[in-house]
Design a protein around this ligand. Sequence first.
Ligand SMILES: [Zn+2]
Length: 88
Amino acid sequence: MQQFPCPFCGLRDEREFWFAGEAGKTRPDTTARVSDEDWARYLYAQRNTKGAVDEAWIHLTCRELFIMQRDSVSMEVLGVRSLREPEK
Ligand SMILES: [Zn+2]
């Protein structure tokens, strides 16, 4: 079983984590009218970048949301950061 690093708890069993989606998406401004196409793109479209990608994950034990960077080909974990840290 693979282990994932939580920025708060350290290495933990991967079954303690939940994938929350691609990181870095900008939610459409819902105070204005949002077209169905723009809303669907926000919800479902993925960049499908090959290589290093930033993903939002939740560690179910501590309930913290954080960013995990993984290689989309090998699925190797390249790093994690708390959302309290500035983006590099
Ligand atoms: Zn944790």
